[in-house]
Design a protein around this ligand. Structure first.
Ligand SMILES: O=C(C[C@H]1NCCC[C@H]1O)Cn1cnc2c(c1=O)CCCC2
Ligand SMILES: [Mg+2]
Length: 485
């Protein structure tokens, strides 16, 4: 059957699998954990890539491309960087029937590819800052259940890798890039995120600190890391001996950052906005923002309909909108309505005989199905305004839902109740590693343990004497906890 058969709130997992395939975003593939990104989703990646690429270029960051393959020696150089991750590294061990002398890793991330070369390129302070980015794929042999876009063994991302003379410069860039990630989610994908810093347990082990934008999937009650911007401190420059001579002739280690967002962002957008009819695409990222559908009538000349569709299409295109005319003669209008609703096109324009007579069109919104008749001479402006309204409405609705899913608590009992009610939990915390490990242990269950998602930069006030919800020790700050992907 062409349309959706699974209801989002009845079986979320099956709904998600059905919608990403039937909308034309994903095709399954015979290598487990790998998916084909079809044009309907790849075009969304391109919109985000174009935005982010232009922004980092404004910051003076340059794109480059480093090899896919990593030597074993390089990969295992930074000890605590790799130990926890080793099982996820994919290795090339032979070519044809011939075993390789030494196995070669496929990049799971490129710190160990790039940093030996950074050490070679960086000599003096005039070689700094060095700021490179690459758009590429990475491979991580994940063992958890693969999910299109959300968790796959190969995914697309950008990875930024920068080196500075001072910590201040690094700290500043971490924040600037994190703000770009917030824009990708909130201004393009209409998905609300919480900006914050990761705990010592959750941060990137090889780094100094990790900042993050955290999204939330209400249907599963799970948080999801949206993108990360790490300050690596001097950990990697120590390991890879990346020194520079400063203007006083002193030899010191560079300060580094690394930051990434991935094709996961598309899956988050699908999960947040989709409904029982299929995808709902935010106009900013919609491949097709407006679809024009003629409603033929037995006694009306079809060519007249096509002319009307062309006229409207040209008006919208000259207004800079992404338009498509569905003039296929082998499907009735109703079938087309469902098909484009399944694909999530934000705005539909119907043109029937009486519309032509009255020099108007019928506009139908995908987000709330509201319909309105619009005079021909106002079509371009009205469509542009409606798309802005749809974009804003999608974000507003998603933010209302997300805010209702954050519960602020002070006690363990309330924490557990909120967790079991599929919420994120904002709780006063002593920020001790062993306490976080203890909460994980105490909340282990078939749906996974709770962990800190982040310490939000926006902290509610913490009255003196407030104690940690889990340990009873003096609370240092608020942490956002939850089960996660
Ligand atoms: O990749 C990072 C840190 C960093 N990598 C570059 C972009 C930003 C940021 O993600 C963390 N990380 C996650 N996962 C893995 C590794 C790893 O370093 C290395 C081995 C395989 C799995
Ligand atoms: Mg991982």
């Amino acid at each position: 059957k062409l349309g959706m058969t699974v209801k989002k709130n009845e079986n979320f997992g099956d709904w998600y699998s059905e919608v990403v395939v039937k909308s034309g975003m994903i095709e399954y593939y015979d290598v487990s954990g790998c998916y084909i990104l079809r044009p309907w989703s790849y075009a969304i990646w391109e919109v985000l890539k174009d935005f982010f690429d232009a922004e980092i270029k404004k910051l003076g960051i340059q794109n480059s491309y480093f090899p896919l393959f990593v030597s074993e020696q390089a990969l295992t150089k930074e000890k605590d960087h790799i130990e926890g991750f080793a099982p996820e590294v994919a290795w090339v061990t032979k070519s044809g029937n011939t075993e390789l002398e030494v196995p070669i890793a496929i990049r799971p991330t490129s710190e160990t590819v790039m940093y030996p070369v950074f050490a070679k390129w960086i000599r003096g302070h005039r070689d700094l800052p060095l700021r490179l980015n690459q758009w590429c794929n990475v491979v991580r042999w994940e063992f958890k259940h693969p999910t299109p876009f959300i968790r796959s063994r190969e995914f697309l991302w950008q990875e930024g890798h920068t080196a500075f003379a001072t910590k201040e410069e690094a700290d500043e860039e971490v924040k600037i890039v994190l703000e770009l990630y917030r824009k990708i989610y909130e201004e393009y994908l209409a998905v609300p995120v919480v900006k914050g810093i990761k705990s010592e347990v959750e941060k990137f082990a090889g780094g100094l600190y990790t900042t993050t934008v955290e999204a939330f999937i209400p249907n599963t009650g799970r948080g999801i890391q949206g993108a990360t911007s790490h300050c690596l401190g001097q950990n990697f420059s120590k390991m890879f001996e990346i020194f520079f001579e400063d203007d006083k002739g002193e030899r010191s280690l560079v300060w580094q950052n690394s930051w990434a967002f991935t094709t996961r962002v598309i899956g988050v957008m699908v999960m947040i906005h989709g409904d029982d009819k299929g995808l709902v695409l935010p106009p900013k990222v919609a491949t097709v923002q407006v679809v024009i559908i003629p409603v033929p009538y037995k006694n009306v000349d079809f060519n007249q309909m096509l002319d009307a569709c062309n006229e409207v299409s040209q008006k919208l295109e000259s207004a800079g909108l992404r338009v498509k005319q569905d003039t296929r003669d082998n499907y009735p209008p109703g079938w087309k309505y469902s098909d484009w609703e399944l694909k999530g096109v934000p705005l539909r324009i119907e043109i029937g005989p009486k519309d032509i007579e009255n020099k108007q069109v019928r506009m139908v919104r995908r987000d709330n199905f509201e319909k309105e008749d619009v005079p021909l001479e106002k079509v371009a402006q009205r469509a542009a305004d409606l798309l802005d309204e749809i974009q804003a409405n999608l974000f507003k609705k998603a933010k209302e839902v997300r805010d209702l899913c954050i519960k602020k608590v002070f006690t363990w009992e309330d924490f557990i109740e909120a967790l079991n009610d599929k919420k994120m939990v904002l709780a006063p915390w002593c920020d001790d590693v062993e306490v976080e490990e203890d909460v994980k242990a105490r909340t282990k269950g078939d749906t996974g343990a709770a962990k800190t998602l982040c310490m939000p930069f926006e902290q509610p006030d913490l009255p003196d004497g407030t104690v940690c919800f889990a340990s009873g020790k003096p609370a240092k700050r608020w942490a956002l906890w939850g089960r996660s992907y």
